[in-house]
Write a protein that binds this ligand. Structure first.
Ligand SMILES: *[C@@H]1O[C@H](CO)[C@@H](O)[C@H](O)[C@H]1NC(C)=O
Ligand SMILES: *[C@@H]1O[C@H](CO)[C@@H](O)[C@H](O)[C@H]1NC(C)=O
Ligand SMILES: *[C@@H]1O[C@H](CO)[C@@H](O)[C@H](O)[C@H]1NC(C)=O
Ligand SMILES: *[C@@H]1O[C@H](CO)[C@@H](O)[C@H](O)[C@H]1NC(C)=O
Ligand SMILES: *[C@@H]1O[C@H](CO)[C@@H](O)[C@H](O)[C@H]1NC(C)=O
Ligand SMILES: *[C@@H]1O[C@H](CO)[C@@H](O)[C@H](O)[C@H]1NC(C)=O
Length: 500
């Protein structure tokens, strides 16, 4: 794991859409609801609402685009037709992203909430190389040759083939209009599915989908500016104190006594050594980023179990004057970090190689960002609260080569998906939350008159809040966003019925 902890790793890990965790192990046992000192859990953590589905598998070509590799693998997908009316009623199709599809299925309550109203079948398709959909079984990640078929283009082809197959084989679905839905990287895939396979889906909802987070499309510093903004508005001096904390860590960690103090203050699972300090700072940085993504208005358990508006709670430990002594500042930081890692009160110690749920396929995403999903990130320590770190493509490329034996193609995503030039496409909704750092690469403004490309900004929304189950604490703005989304779904469905 230590190879991930250089400064570059920060940039690399920030390229992760959903998750910045660095391991597939689940984070320190934080399952059972539990009362915890200062932040009282007034209700138990919301129960996962029960979802029911059939698990199915489809044989897919390992390589859709060449003829030498003729092997196949089983792609997993989940299907629910409880509310489906047959007779070409619609299908809502989740374009799976970098993780276990059952986890996305559980966390995309919006689809479950609207299935009845639309009389829709729900399908959740797993992305190849994640969850159970492994082209070369347990060996899938063992070498560059096997990893070679892990691309967004192959994944989109899987989705198109699966949709075609459903329509052919599912009685009553032959002419069903299919709507692609996805969040984060999954949202990028739903937009791209509509762009590349317009006959497969009548429209797409791309929620918090940073399709412009690529080279030369948006400033590399925007992402961390949004993270910083979220903290700046959530408590007095909150972002200022985090900005100062890096130097305080440098100061304190310069002695053995200080390293020991830090290990004890943060209750780290293993004592911090001098060479772990940059990894420690990277772990904190990821923690702040993750909090920005999941700053939801109610208690939730997406990356970690968290209180409502978790950044406000974090900042309640950091709203002091900015000239306190180093250790006092770092005591505030350790309390703040505990909100993220120990909300349930069950964490025995904190492991600086873990930042979030184990349901995401971190290694797979690293590979994807080392090939075609190159997302430049940088910080300057002035407009953001992080240590200055310029974007350095060459260094990034070298790290990728060391890890996977491949080098990224910096401009390929632009070439293959059209970059900012998407005006000729139709029937895509791009939704973004203003609190979500990934809005930096999202589509928030569109090309003039087209009313079939839609951009929705949700002021109080974090990472794809609109895709979550409705909740009594939902801000008005997300309720309205969902209503607009459903209106467009109905319009697309109607259009497709009329033109059949
Ligand atoms: C796959 O390729 C191998 C080697 O060329 C060939 O022997 C085999 O018949 C092919 N299998 C299929 C299903 O096409
Ligand atoms: C999804 O929810 C079901 C209960 O509906 C649960 O059994 C399962 O463990 C959940 N899966 C994940 C990956 O969270
Ligand atoms: C770190 O040490 C320097 C030099 O002793 C001191 O000026 C500074 O206040 C300390 N703390 C921070 C957060 O910069
Ligand atoms: C921390 O997590 C890593 C990755 O899952 C694991 O290998 C390591 O054993 C853990 N360390 C401790 C002290 O629990
Ligand atoms: C923030 O820190 C500055 C500098 O130490 C201090 O003057 C100010 O009072 C602090 N603000 C609050 C609200 O505590
Ligand atoms: C987590 O919270 C519990 C309850 O407050 C506390 O006993 C425990 O020490 C905390 N764990 C860590 C790692 O701080």
């Amino acid at each position: 794991m230590s190879s991930w902890s250089g400064p570059l790793t920060l940039l690399l890990s920030s390229a992760l859409l959903l998750l910045l965790t660095s391991s597939s192990h689940s984070a320190a046992a934080l399952k059972a609801p539990h009362l915890l000192g200062r932040h009282r859990v007034t209700r138990s953590l919301p129960q996962q609402r029960p979802v029911s589905y059939t698990t199915l598998y489809l044989d897919q070509q390992i390589d859709h685009f060449g003829f030498l590799e003729n092997g196949t693998f089983k792609q997993r997908y989940l299907l629910n037709d409880l509310h489906w009316h047959k007779d070409n009623s619609p299908i809502l199709f989740y374009t799976g992203n970098e993780g276990d599809i059952t986890w996305f299925c559980n966390n995309t309550g919006f689809m479950w909430d609207i299935a009845e109203e639309l009389g829709a079948m729900l399908v959740f398709a797993e992305h190849r190389y994640y969850g159970e959909s492994l082209p070369f079984g347990d060996e899938s990640y063992s070498n560059a040759k096997y990893l070679n078929y892990l691309t967004s283009e192959q994944a989109l082809a899987d989705f198109a083939v699966l949709i075609e197959n459903l329509k052919k084989t599912y009685p009553g679905a032959q002419n069903s209009p299919v709507i692609a839905i996805g969040g984060s990287y999954g949202g990028m895939l739903s937009a791209w599915l509509r762009m590349k396979y317009p006959s497969a889906v009548v429209g797409a909802l791309a929620a918090s989908a940073p399709i412009w987070q690529f080279t030369d499309m948006v400033p590399c510093g925007d992402f961390y500016k949004i993270v910083t903004q979220d903290f700046a508005i959530s408590g007095f001096n909150c972002s200022n104190n985090i900005r100062r904390s890096w130097m305080a860590i440098n100061n304190v960690s310069s002695t053995d006594e200080g390293l020991q103090w830090l290990s004890e203050e943060f209750r780290l699972c293993s004592p911090l050594k001098e060479e772990d300090v940059s990894g420690f700072k990277g772990w904190l940085q990821e923690t702040w980023v993750n909090l920005a993504m999941v700053d939801y208005p109610y208690e939730a358990n997406f990356l970690q179990p968290l209180p409502r508006w978790p950044i406000k709670v974090v900042c309640s430990y950091l709203s002091f004057v900015t000239d306190v002594p180093d250790k006092e500042l770092l005591h505030g930081i350790s309390q703040a970090v505990n909100v993220y890692y120990n909300y349930t009160g069950n964490a025995e110690c904190l492991n600086i190689s873990l930042t979030a749920t184990g349901n995401l396929g971190i290694r797979g995403w690293f590979y994807q960002s080392c090939t075609e999903m190159v997302m430049p990130m940088c910080t300057d320590g002035i407009q953001d609260m992080f240590e200055p770190q310029p974007w350095n493509f060459q260094a990034f490329s070298d790290e990728c080569y060391d890890l996977f034996g491949v080098r990224p193609r910096e401009h390929w995503a632009d070439t293959v998906y059209g970059g900012k030039n998407i005006c000729s496409h139709s029937n895509i909704i791009f939704s973004n939350g203003r609190l979500d750092p990934w809005m930096s690469g999202g589509v928030t403004r569109l090309c003039g008159v087209s009313d079939s490309l839609v951009a929705i900004v949700i002021p109080d929304g974090a990472h794809h809040l609109d895709l979550r189950y409705n909740n009594e604490y939902d801000p008005e703005t997300v309720i309205r966003a969902r209503a607009v989304e459903v209106q467009y779904f109905k319009k697309w469905i109607k259009q497709s019925t009329n033109t059949r």
